[in-house]
Design a protein around this ligand. Sequence first.
Ligand SMILES: Cc1cc2nc3c(=O)[nH]c(=O)nc-3n(C[C@H](O)[C@H](O)[C@H](O)COP(=O)(O)O)c2cc1C
Length: 325
Amino acid sequence: MKTRITELFGIEHPIIQGGMHYVGFAELAAAVSNAGGLGIITGLTQRTPELLANEIRRCREMTDKPFGVNLTFLPVLTAPDYPGYIRAIIDGGVKAVETAGNNPQKWLPALQEAGVKVIHKCTSVRHSLKAEAIGCDAISVDGFECGGHPGEDDVPNFILLPRAAEALKIPFVASGGMADGRSLVAALALGAEGMNMGTRFIATKEAPVHEKVKQAIVAASELDTRLVMRPLRNTERVLTNAAVERLLETERRLGAETRFEDILAEVAGVYPKVMQDGDMDAGAWSCGMVAGLIHDVPSVAELIGRIMAEAEDIIGRRLTGLMAA
Ligand SMILES: Cc1cc2nc3c(=O)[nH]c(=O)nc-3n(C[C@H](O)[C@H](O)[C@H](O)COP(=O)(O)O)c2cc1C
């Protein structure tokens, strides 16, 4: 399949694996890229630029296809060494960066002068237009369904994607709630030129996370996610567990007075405990409503092959058949 997204990133299928903290290591990124999608290493999971440079080298040993790096700009007081991470990306010869969080404007010139294509993840049309105006190459439009940070507008993809299509000139992918060939065809119909998946890629053989995480996603339904940190205007969609319910109880009790320190126990340092140790009640970890559509743990190649075959069948047989009737 050829779209402006496959052309932009030099990939075979219009499928991107979004950056995921403590999931997006070289093993997963390489598997996605080898299967014809765009795999993405999560920059900040590597604690220093040197470690990121090493992760990029490891990924290159596992694939000769294009892959990217996610750089998340966090609302924190002491910022990570972003110039160092950007140097590691450029020196490592990476040609695609997924930015997320705060406005990436400051970092665009260095990246784009080095030939890096930048796709910025946005949860609203207004932020997407801003990203287009500052010169981003593409947008990942992340609807309310998504795992991770859906923003504060709560607009689901059935509205957000066609709104983005009305407003944007640069290409965009649909992100949030995407799982299969149906998702891809729907995303294309709504104006996107591909899709970005997070949660679905965790439940794959190659995702380098504890088996219990994969099984928790397979077992979860679309009713099992919760929105935490709403009072802090830093909303995150996570899979429910005992720690999450405790956190929500604190938020209900303190209301608008909730401060980050009040929920620290349920959100700080959680990812390595969940993803590596399989300590499923350690705290809040991102997961999309799409868990309800995830029923197995295939290899990445099986998953992407299945998505493309299903998409072709829907377009070529089912939809074409409806037109012929
Ligand atoms: C476990 C997990 C960790 C994530 N970590 C990040 C991150 O560090 N940076 C980022 O930009 N997005 C992060 N995301 C969001 C994904 O890149 C992607 O936008 C999102 O998962 C799409 O929604 P879906 O889960 O419904 O596919 C994370 C998502 C999950 C599920």
